[in-house]
Design a protein around this ligand. Sequence first.
Ligand code: NAD
Ligand code: LMR
Length: 328
Amino acid sequence: MKVVITGAAGQISYSLIPFLCEKGIFNSEEKLDLALVEIPGAMERLDGFVKELEDSAYSTVNTISTYDNIQDAVVDADWCLLVGSIPRGIVLNGKEIKERSDLLKINGGIFTEQGKAIGEKAKDNCKVLVVGNPANTNALIGYSNSSNKDHLWMAMTMLDGLRAKAQLSQKLNCHVDDIYRLAIFGNHSPTMFPDLENTNVNGKNAYELINDHAWVKNEYLPRIQQRGAEIIKARGASSASSAARAACDTVKAVEHPTRSGDVFNAAILSDGSYGIPEGIFSGFPLISDGSGNIEIVRDFNLSDFAKSKLEITANELLEERDLVQELI
Ligand code: NAD
Ligand code: LMR
C-alpha cells in the first residue's frame, strides 16, 4: 500500500503521518510504503522527521522514502495526500494572506504539476485527497491536469464536518458519535454550508431538537464557517492537529464502509446533485462501500434557506474556477 504525502515536513504532516501509521486506517493487511515529498529546502527537516518515524517502529510500516520531486514519488501510488502548500495567516512579500482564496495564485501552480504526475504514474485505483488550500479549487486544478479520470479526487471538508459535529454536541449535550447525517455542502471557505435540517441525533431531527432558527443562522453557521480564522488568530498558525485528524478520518471513511444511516464529508467533482453546477469540487454527503466506491447521498431535503446558502457557495466555487482558467 503506497501512500504519498506532500508537505511531509510541515505542521499538519507531523501529526498526520503518525495517525496514518496506526492500525485499522487502511482496509488492507498490506504494510505501508510511505513516500514523503518536500521542496528541496525542507529535505533536512524531513530527514529529521523520518528519523522520528523510524524510532516509532510502526508495525504497519514497510518502508519510508523521501523525495524532492513529485514525479518519482507517485509511481504506483495507492493514495496521494496533497498537503504541501502555503497556509494563510502568514505574511508573504510584505502582505498578509487573509483568505484561503488569496492562495489561489500562489498554490494553484503546485497542483498542475502534481495532477499531471499522478495521472501518468499512480495506480489506476489511486485515491487523492487535497488538503492544501484553497482545497476545492486546487483539487479541480489537479484533477483537470490528470490524464487518468478513473482516479478518485477529493478535497477535504471533513474538518468542517468534525467542527460542525463538535459544536452541535455541545449545544444538544450529546456525544459526537450520536450524530448522523451532518453534511457540509460547498466550498471549504466562509461560504460553506453545514446542514442541520437533515441531521439526526439519537434518531431525532437535530434542527427540531434545537428549535431555534436564529441560533442556527446567526451563531452556529458563522462559528463553523469562521473556525479556521478563529484558530489562526489564537494560535498564530493554522489548524494542524485537527486538520491531520480530519485527513486521517477521510482516508478511513473511504477505506471502510460507512456506518448504516450515516454519511461522511468530502468535496468531489459535482455531477449536478443538489443544484451544484457540474465541473466544480463541492462538499456533499457521501457514503463508501469500503471497496473504493463512494457515492453522493441524494435523499437530503433542502429548505429554501439551505438552497439559498448552496447557491452562494456554488457561485464562489464558480468564481474561483474562473480565476484559475489558465491552469485547468
Ligand atoms: P506548513 O507550512 O506547516 O507545511 C506545508 C509544507 O508544504 C511545508 O513544509 C512546505 O515546504 C511544503 N510544500 C510547499 N510546496 C510544496 C510542494 N510543491 N511539494 C511538496 N511540499 C511542498 O502548512 P500546514 O499547516 O501543514 O498546512 C498545509 C496546507 O493545508 C495549507 O495550505 C493550509 O491552509 C491547508 N489546510 C487545509 C485544511 C482543510 O480543512 N482543507 C485545514 C488546515 C490546513
Ligand atoms: C482551517 O479551516 O483551519 C484551514 O483551512 C486553515 C485556514 O486557513 O483556515
